[in-house]
Structure formats: C-alpha cells, structure tokens
Design a protein around this ligand. Structure first.
Ligand SMILES: [Zn+2]
Length: 328
C-alpha cells in the first residue's frame, strides 16, 4: 500500500505543515497519555482538538531547571489538578494527570524528602490517574530510593504507575525499573513503562507490562519506526504518546501516527487500540476515568471561569457552543 502523502519524520517538525493527513483520520478519537500541556499554548490545544484528541494525561515532570523549594512542587501539582485541567476543558479536551517526584529531582535528597511528604495530598485528587512519571534518569542510588518509595505509595493507593525510562543506558534501566516494580509486588498490568524503543519492547511485553512509545522528533522514536513495531508486535498493551513539552516536540504526534498507520493499511480498530483504547484501559484502573466525559459531546463555554480567571484576555470573544435553540 502506497501513497504520496505518507508522513515522514520531517512532518513532525514544528512550523509549516501539510495538514491533509487530517482528512484521513476524520471522525477518529485520540487519547494522548503523556503530554506536558503546562508548557504548551492555546494554539496547541485548538489544533489537538481539531485533530480529534479528546483526552490527555499530563504527567508531573522536570521543568527544565531545578526547583529550589517544596512550594514550587506544591504549586505545580495544584496547577495540574486545577488551572491546567480547566484550560484544557476550554478546548473540549478532558485532562487527567499523574503525580510524582521525577527522577532527576530525586537526586536533591533534602528536597525529595519534603516532596514525598506532600505527594499523598495530591494523588487522591479528582483526575489523578496514577503515580508518575517516576523511575530512573542517571540510575543513581537516590533515584532508586525515591522510585521504590513511590512504588509503595502507588501500591497503597491502588494506582497505576507511569515509568519514565532513562535516555542513557536505556535497556538496562528499563529492565531494572521492571525488576524493582516486581520486587515491590506490583502487578505488571498496573505499570505503564514509557519511552520504549526496538531494544526494550519485547522484554516489556513478555513480562506483562504496558509498553508506551513516545513519538518525538529527532530523539526517542520516529513514527515510521513506530509503525514497524506495531507490525511486528501487534496492538496488545501498546500505546502511543507525544510527550510534547518545552522542547522541540509535537502535540499532534498521536493523530499523525494514526494517519501513517492508515497509510500502511492498518485497520481502524488496530489504530484505535494503540492511539486511544489501550491507554484508557491501563489508566482507568485508577477508577478516575469515565469515558462518557469525553465521548458524549460536551459544550464548551470559554466565558467560564476558574477561581475568577478565564483563558480570555481583554476584548477577546469567547467560543460558546450553541446547543440551545434559545437565543438570548
Ligand atoms: Zn514526560
């Protein structure tokens, strides 16, 4: 099966893009289970909604520079369950998050201790679907310690775990992350191992964990490689995400990969599994996902407020869906 519109990695670059792929996935719904919207714009939200993204998960992560105090963690977690969730709703996208201490900042042990104390205040909040993203960066003893403590926290709360696997020494770091999860008696079916590649996928699936793949320009995984992986391993326990953040990344990576899969002759059902359903099945184990919240048409009223603030600035006209016959 061939077509001149095949997407390539260069289509994942930001800037001017061919949007004809949207036609080929029209009517499909997508769930991006890893995206850092705090770092993105309202244009991104609009483009995501237009491309069929109906729900997302925003994992708590590293902000690009080290935080200096526990209060900034507290405010960040509050925004993930508060303002960002509201902002997303203003574009008709259901926002969930995972809460955790990221691996890099586990290395500041004095601060990590304080963060561990506030985590239980957030993980039980509405819309929190797991403990994440946690795991290894440099695979230091401190990272090991806080990873284990957070696995225990997840177990106690009966929450799924979202594991960030390291960029360096990935294969070893991924195996080790799974070894430790099993050592702490976590059911692999409740653990989503993220940022997989061709080297790690087989072991992750063989051991019964969920395998998430990040489509990220230039690093991690291009979406042509992703298509080959689904051809080889099928769709069971595999999910695709964008992990779009403050770096060069693409919040439309999931719908673009869906279009590429379609070009390669995958059925709509196969595409649905890896770009929508599997992520829902995995994270719904938190008891926090109600698909009616994003499958039943919800009205959007951008004049709504969150603690007195709207996403509008002076003079901007809100978008209000007119479901009603009554014109006031
Ligand atoms: Zn991330």
């Amino acid at each position: 099966m061939c077509c001149s519109n095949n997407l390539t990695e260069k289509d994942l670059l930001p800037g001017k893009q061919d949007t004809s792929y949207l036609e080929r996935i029209k009517g499909m719904r997508f769930f991006d289970p890893h995206i850092h919207m705090t770092s993105r714009t309202t244009d991104d939200y609009q483009a995501m909604a237009d491309a069929g993204i109906v729900a997302i998960i925003e994992p708590a992560f590293w902000l690009g520079q080290p935080r200096t105090g526990v209060d900034t963690f507290r405010d960040y977690y509050s925004s993930l369950v508060g303002w960002e969730r509201f902002r997303s709703s203003q574009f008709g996208i259901k926002h969930y998050c995972t809460i955790g201490l990221n691996s890099r900042e586990a290395n500041n042990e004095a601060l990590a201790e304080q963060v561990m104390e506030i985590l239980p205040l957030f993980i039980y909040k509405e819309g929190v679907v797991g403990v994440g993203e946690i795991g290894f960066d440099d695979q230091t003893p401190a990272e090991d310690k806080y990873y284990r403590l957070q696995l225990e926290l997840a177990k106690e709360a009966s929450m799924p775990v979202q594991i960030h696997t390291p960029h360096r020494d990935k294969k070893k770091g991924t195996s080790r992350s799974m070894d430790i999860a099993l050592e702490h008696n976590l059911d692999p079916y409740t653990v989503i191992v993220d940022h997989n590649n061709e080297e790690t996928v087989k072991e992750v699936l063989d051991r019964g964990f969920w395998a998430a793949f990040t489509i990220y320009p230039f690093t991690k995984m291009g979406n042509e490689r992703m298509v080959e992986i689904v051809k080889q391993y099928g769709t069971e326990r595999i999910m695709i995400n964008s992990a779009a953040d403050w770096g060069i990344s693409d919040p439309l990576a999931v719908p673009k990969t869906a279009a590429l899969m379609k070009d390669h002759g995958f059925s709509d059902e196969d595409i649905r599994m890896v770009t929508y359903q599997n992520a829902i099945t995995a994270f719904a184990q938190s008891g926090q996902i109600n698909v009616d919240d994003f499958t039943v048409a919800q009205g959007i009223d951008q004049s709504e407020k969150f603690e007195g603030n709207t996403i509008l600035r002076g003079g901007q006209q809100p978008r209000v869906d007119k479901n009603s016959m009554i014109i006031k």
